[in-house]
Design a binder for this molecule. Structure first.
Ligand SMILES: Nc1nc2c(ncn2[C@@H]2O[C@H](COP(=O)(O)OP(=O)(O)OP(=O)(O)O)[C@@H](O)[C@H]2O)c(=O)[nH]1
Ligand SMILES: [Mg+2]
Length: 383
């Protein structure tokens, strides 16, 4: 915990963020991190001690849904952070509050460009987002970065590493970085990220980047919540590794071969040519847009402005053709159906009739005493 609360408080006041309760930041946060660095640690609550008389303890003031909506709409990054924390909470009361908040914010959503970025571990996603994000803030855009990484609960270090790698971007006033919500299934993380995208839009971010590690299911989840899907690749990592065989390239709107610098550049040129050949045989995921294979170095910044130009092109093209609009509509409807299925599933498994019989029926199926279909139907009638 930080010792100099005063300076933290000063900083918050400087940003107009002081709600009367200083919140220290973890000590790994860069010294000059601006409000874009969304992580704060709640200060310990002071009590009168074990034997002392109980006093009213100072607590962080609860914001009402209206306070939060106003704060988010006024582009207050601290309130935005708290709104996302609310969304990420699994507590029922918080979820109801979060839904009320989203209801209030909905009219302000939909204006950002939603970009998903994936790539195998070490492809340079964080470094790329740092370079790309800084380029965008230089151009005057406000950029929010959200991460999806269900594995981060197991590998708790990745959040810290990512923050450090996006050190420069995190200090930009126009940037907001939010690590992956911890805990829960991919479905849960996906819901939280979708809702976080909406809140970031309501807070006036022009570009919302969703980063995910390319290790399996996450890419599909992210593809279904963004307008443009960018896959980062590196030279010589092997087809299988980079998802050529598992179809990640088929859902990419842009392929970008990263680390095209120094001695690695010739290999990147070869990979780029190979990717162009692969793309030639694939049906692009976005109608009217041929997926290009680009090359860049997130380290030197070469190719980053060009990549942004292509991204802009994508939005110009898909906006004009109506593809963007229809993609978003389809995504919203698809999402609604996914939520219906999720809630049906929860209701089914929580129903007393199913709970009473589930184990016995599972055993019967496992030991071949009951065909799975008969078992499923019998459980359905118990629900
Ligand atoms: N030479 C070179 N190195 C790079 C470039 N981009 C990233 N790197 C290096 O590659 C390593 C991995 O980069 P990250 O940005 O952490 O990659 P990541 O995809 O976010 O990795 P995970 O978060 O672990 O999935 C780091 O050591 C970077 O410095 C680049 O353009 N050129
Ligand atoms: Mg990373």
């Amino acid at each position: 915990m930080m010792s100099d609360d005063l300076s933290v408080d000063d900083e918050r006041r400087h940003h107009g963020l002081n709600d009367g309760c200083p919140q220290p930041r973890p000590d790994w946060v860069p010294e000059n991190a601006g409000p874009g660095f969304a992580t704060w640690v709640m200060q310990g609550v002071r009590t009168a001690g074990v034997t002392g008389v109980k006093k009213a303890v100072p607590r962080r003031r609860e914001l009402t849904v209206e306070d939060m909506a106003a704060g988010v709409s006024a582009h207050d990054p601290m309130v935005l952070g708290r709104a996302i924390t609310l969304i990420e909470s699994n507590a029922r009361a918080h979820q109801e509050k979060a839904q009320a908040l989203l209801g209030l914010l909905l009219p302000r959503t939909g204006k950002a460009r939603r970009i998903g970025i994936t790539g195998i571990p070490g492809a340079g996603k964080s470094t790329f987002i740092e370079a790309f994000g800084c380029h965008l803030t230089d151009l005057g855009f406000k950029v929010a970065v959200l991460a999806i990484d269900p594995s981060s609960t197991i590998n708790g270090g990745s959040i810290m590493a990512d923050k450090i790698r996006m050190e420069k971007l995190g200090t930009r006033p126009g940037a907001f970085i939010r690590p992956s919500p911890s805990g829960g299934s991919l479905g849960g993380v996906a819901r939280k990220t979708r809702e976080a995208i909406l809140v970031c839009e309501a807070a006036g971010y022009d570009i919302v980047i969703v980063e995910t590690v390319g290790v399996g299911q996450n890419e599909v989840a992210v593809r279904s919540m963004v307008d443009l899907f960018l896959v980062l690749m590196i030279a010589g990592a092997g087809d299988e590794m980079q998802g050529i065989k598992k179809g990640v390239i088929e859902i990419a709107d842009i392929l970008l071969i990263n680390k095209a610098d120094g001695e690695n550049r010739p290999r990147c040129i070869m990979t780029q040519a190979e990717m162009k050949r692969v793309l030639h045989y694939l049906q692009p995921p976005t109608k009217g847009w041929a997926t290009p294979a680009l090359m860049a170095s997130s380290r030197t910044g070469d190719g980053i402005p060009e990549a942004w130009k292509v991204v802009e092109d994508f939005f110009t093209t898909t906006r004009a053709s109506g593809v963007l609009e229809s993609r978003r509509r389809a995504q919203a409807v698809e999402w609604m159906h996914a939520l219906v299925l999720e809630s049906l599933r929860t209701r089914f498994y929580q129903s007393p009739g199913v709970q009473a019989r589930l184990e016995a029926v599972e055993q019967a199926v496992a030991h071949g005493r009951m065909p799975p279909l008969t078992a499923a139907m019998s459980l359905m009638s118990s629900a």
